[in-house]
Design a protein. Sequence first.
Lengths: 317, 317
Amino acid sequence: MKIRPLEIILSLMLLANFPLYSQDAGKTIAEKLGYPADAKLLIVHADDAGVSHSENIATIRGMEEGIVNSASIMVPCPWFPEIADYARENSDTKDFGLHLTVTSEWKDYKWGPTSSSNEVKSLVNKHGYFYPLTDSVQKIAEVTDIEKEIDNQIIKALDFGIDVTHLDAHMLAVMSTPEFMEAYIKKGREYRLPVLLSDRLPAFQVLEEKMEFTDRDIITDHLYMANPEIYASQGMETFYENILNGLEPGLSVILIHLAYDNEEMKAVTKDHPDFGSKWRQDDLDFFTSEKARSLVEANNIILVTWRQLRDKIVRAE
Amino acid sequence: MKIRPLEIILSLMLLANFPLYSQDAGKTIAEKLGYPADAKLLIVHADDAGVSHSENIATIRGMEEGIVNSASIMVPCPWFPEIADYARENSDTKDFGLHLTVTSEWKDYKWGPTSSSNEVKSLVNKHGYFYPLTDSVQKIAEVTDIEKEIDNQIIKALDFGIDVTHLDAHMLAVMSTPEFMEAYIKKGREYRLPVLLSDRLPAFQVLEEKMEFTDRDIITDHLYMANPEIYASQGMETFYENILNGLEPGLSVILIHLAYDNEEMKAVTKDHPDFGSKWRQDDLDFFTSEKARSLVEANNIILVTWRQLRDKIVRAE
């Protein structure tokens, strides 16, 4: 076989632009971002942007007045255009990814897929809405439909001008089986976006044995989210205070949900205090408080964004 | 050809159940409903139920506390399930039809078709939303898509258990050309539902020459709706007061839009004071006022519902 010089040059260019491994192989995430190896990195991440107007204005307030430094957007939701506009207009300072959504969980307020509904039949009920719960998605959804819907949500977000920094998953539905999670990871790689992953997730534990991960895949070291037991027993303030005071080195992510406890959000979350409007107001109150800001400082926590992870690791040259 | 007795009986049964003409041919609508020929009949009709939570709770209040006696629901909108539940649970006392919708007119808050979007391609933009304005529908929509979408909205509403009393048209879009209006009228006949019609509508003037209308088609005598000029020059109270004081015999319909001037509705109608949240609050204030009730009484106005028209005329035996 004759080696043609042009081919060599093209291959080298390709490698330079899309290297398979970064030059930082072996370093910790903190080092790759330019911090000491044992730095305590934290993303304070608001889920569910786009779900309602209340969620949008609270998320924006959390980012502008509080220590919330990243959020992810639900593309199929009715209020998507409002938060998409904000994300586009503030991409120089604000960090927005996509909260990939294949469930529609509230009683009186519904949405369906971004894809044509008959192109993702296994994701929708007879009324064209997503199923309410991840359970149904796990049981009924076909991986090809999951993949198609993820793709259409990314395409639509990019088309709206959002500088998408990362992907994660509403109600963990698109990570709820190893098969779905594999599709989700592959979509991240295709668009060169970090995806939220944690070895605490059962599907990830299966995939770890099966898929090859490189140092361009971001695996969070510590992932925190309030749950109904925590909310009932200790309340948000104590929970978050303990996390911040006890934060360990590595990359930590706290997943929160911001909204006002107002008429709209009370109606959206009707009959469902867990992750309800009061819950979200409590999240907002804590993460816009002086206390939260002081705890971050006092504990030498470095707030980092998904954009940093995307640009300095996933897309590093 | 042999005539079989069973066939004759079946045909007679069919005729008895679905007569082509009612026995009241020639009478006025008022007489068909059992009122004097020159009675002043009025439907106070709230459009846009389902568009938002604010619209839903205001519409319900208008019907429970005010003189609003009929409303129509936007099936493709996010808050449809909330108003559908109310309509189903209160079908013995409340009158709900469908506000057939093929536009999505607000800036930050969007919806798409009830049909799978790739089955009604001429109704949706590249993001899968309806076009904002009736103008675009007139220019771009194909009548087969209009017909399919109307059908799917009716099927979904019936499936949610709504006792649909009538059909009308959001932003008049499905009546905006003679062709679309013909499809709309035919759907009404197919489901044996009255559809809102008026000889003030340009498309109807064309169709009058072309289609055959029977005494089962309800043509309103007087159709009223506020517009930006009226709102700016005289305000809602004066406008409605004048209508009620000057109401003439025949079937009149006042189309109104009820919502609270609250945070959600301000955001829905952002940058659009016409038909905006304040406008809708003014409608609500007037039609829940003691004054409105007194004016109806003082002017001997008889409030009638689309259900009466449906059951005593369209479905009369």
